[in-house]
Design a protein around this ligand. Structure first.
Ligand SMILES: [Zn+2]
Ligand SMILES: [Zn+2]
Length: 315
């Protein structure tokens, strides 16, 4: 059987630039996507645009061209997939395109975020670590959960459930020891660190960097042979992806583990869905059985045991 040819694509992009009327841009983007039959998620604020859309390849090309007329210099990342990867089209105007809870603090001009960290290309990241060694601190700009399956070597992973928690963390004093060190902030595709690095500099971190294109671009360049360790959490049905030859790669380092101790990179929902929103690493065995399909917290373990008993009795 031959592999079905892909005639659809997914586009990922963001651009920071001042938008005086976000709602007008929202209407234009919505009409454009509807006309082209694209689905996905687009957020617009007075600071810019952040989106992921999927659909027929010709429609994606047309969308990219039209959108670039307004968002000059926008860069697109093309990825496998299509409209079917999204439940619907959602185009919204919000206070922020990434919810840090700091809409008033973020300043942008036509060159992007003002006062953000210095951009480093993947090879410049390695060069800095070669030259300055252990002095360099990697600072994870994602949710702590994402780092459970992959992160930069010796990275500091802040205690955050959502990007909203970053300001509290940065102001907690926990990270003051790195304020005079070279800090390389990183996130999946780079957008979160555009903002995070500016928030850090505003709070006294003197030497802050960010990686051009984020972990994605670094991983494309170095695979499992650089400073990245493990898998990359992604926000689509796959949930995670690996670089190079994947988990079979001799350089791959397995970071993620199930509560039972088995290695896994797969996040699942806890079975106690009504009360627990925790996505948790689960091996196939634990995910396949009701009594073990929980996040590990005692209350969820109890609910799982009760459910298993009920279903067992009914069978
Ligand atoms: Zn397990
Ligand atoms: Zn739970």
């Amino acid at each position: 059987m031959t592999k079905k040819q892909t005639l659809s694509k997914i586009l990922l992009y963001y651009k920071f630039q001042p938008i005086s009327d976000p709602d007008a841009v929202r209407l234009w983007q919505k009409e454009l996507c509807e006309r082209l039959g694209l689905r996905g998620r687009i957020l617009i604020s007075e600071h810019g645009i952040n989106g992921t859309v999927g659909g027929p390849i010709d429609a994606c090309k047309e969308y990219a061209k039209r959108t670039k007329e307004y968002f000059r210099g926008i860069e697109y990342k093309w990825s496998e997939g299509g409209a079917e990867d999204f439940p619907r089209l959602s185009v919204k105007a919000r206070d922020e395109i990434v919810a840090f809870g700091a809409p008033g603090e973020l300043k942008v001009d036509d060159n992007g975020v003002i006062g953000g960290g210095v951009h480093l290309k993947p090879e410049e990241v390695n060069k800095m670590v070669e030259e300055r060694g252990d002095e360099v601190v990697f600072f994870d700009g994602r949710n702590a959960m994402e780092a459970e399956i992959g992160k930069f070597k010796n990275a500091v992973v802040p205690d955050v459930n959502t990007t909203h928690d970053f300001i509290r963390e940065l102001e907690s004093g926990k990270y003051d020891w790195m304020k005079d060190k070279p800090v390389i902030s990183y996130c999946t595709g780079g957008i979160r660190c555009e903002i995070l690095s500016a928030l850090m500099k505003n709070r006294g971190f003197e030497e802050v960097y960010q990686i051009d294109g984020g972990i994605v671009r670094y991983g494309e360049k170095y695979g499992n042979d650089g400073l990245w360790e493990g898998s990359l959490y992604v926000f689509d049905k796959r949930m995670h992806t690996e670089f190079g030859q994947g988990v079979e790669d001799p350089g791959f380092i397995q970071l993620g583990h199930c509560k039972c101790g088995k290695p896994t990179n797969k996040f699942e929902n806890c079975i106690n869905e009504d009360e627990c929103r925790q996505q948790t690493l689960m091996c196939e065995d634990c995910a396949a059985h009701i009594e073990t399909r929980h996040c590990g917290r005692p209350e969820c373990e109890k609910v799982a045991a009760q459910l298993a008993a009920q279903l067992g009795a009914g069978a």
